[in-house]
Every structure is written in C-alpha cells, then in structure tokens.
Design a protein around this ligand. Sequence first.
Ligand code: SF4
Length: 177
Amino acid sequence: MLNRELLEQQLSELPLYQYAFMKSEDLVFTERVRHICRTECSMYGTTWACPPAVGTVEQCREACLAYPDFLMISTVTEVPDIENLEQTLATRRDHEAVTRQVAQLMRDQGCELRVLSTESCAICGRCAYPDGPCRHPELMFPCVESQGILVTDLAEKCGMEFFNGNIVTWFSVLLYR
Ligand code: SF4
C-alpha cells in the first residue's frame, strides 16, 4: 500500500509543478482521441509508444484499469521560443527524467506501475518499430494520448494547469497498484 505522505514529501524535493492523485475509474478513453492520432499526428505508426502498436483503445483501457489508482504529475519550463523544436524537446527529456525518478520512488514502496508520458518515444535515434521489438521496454513510456485519453481534459479534471505561449507543460500519468 502506497505511503502517500512519504511520497508527497519526496515529490516536494523534485522539480515538479503540480501533481494529483486520482482513481483510474475517472479516466475517459475515447476513439475520438485515437482518430486525432491517426489523422493529425506525424508520429502515428512510427514507434512502439504510439498507436497502433499500443493496441486498440479498448485494450489500452483494460490495461490501464488493471491499476485502480493513478498519480498525475506535471513539469513546466519557460523557453525563449516554443517554435524552436530543439529547445522544446530538451525540456521533454528533463520531464522524462523526473517521471523516471517518481516511478522509482513508487517502485521502492512496492508499487507495480504502468507509466504513460509525453508524445512518442524518442529514446532511440530510430525506433525499432515495426521491424523488431522495443529495445528498452523498461524505459519506454507509451504516450498518454495513445491510450485514448485526452491529456488536457484529464489535467482539468485533476485541477492541474496547462500553459500556452512559451511555457512548455508536460504531463505524465503513473497508474499504480
Ligand atoms: S525505446 Fe527505442 S525501440 Fe522502444 S519505443 Fe522507444 S524509440 Fe522505439
């Protein structure tokens, strides 16, 4: 059983912007998000972290709901120009590192996790998909939207802020049991 007080104390020492604990039954999975992936995202079908490799929305829903609770975390970073992809993606690496730290803290307490994070996976220069299996399944986090979850809606439900302009906001969802 997660000692939330201990975890919150540890979270306060990490560069997080906000976090929220919620019940997984409050997650909304929709085909509408999958349609956006398919029709509007250039990463669709290019990594193991994105659809269709992650499975159908129903399969993702079942996999997520096997974990009754989740912790949502966010980081925010101001960049000089949000259109500068290199700068923006650099903030994402930092967010992924914080997500790994939080996951480790939860595992140290004996939790089993399913971790969802930002956009597609960029660990390898070129993803092994579809020719071979994922090279780093222990490090790879499927993207939140890949599961059919609209991250901005979820952030609102969790009472977490989402910024525009030159402030990059990243979210991760750590489902646990
Ligand atoms: S770790 Fe590498 S092989 Fe696995 S999803 Fe990420 S980029 Fe692809």
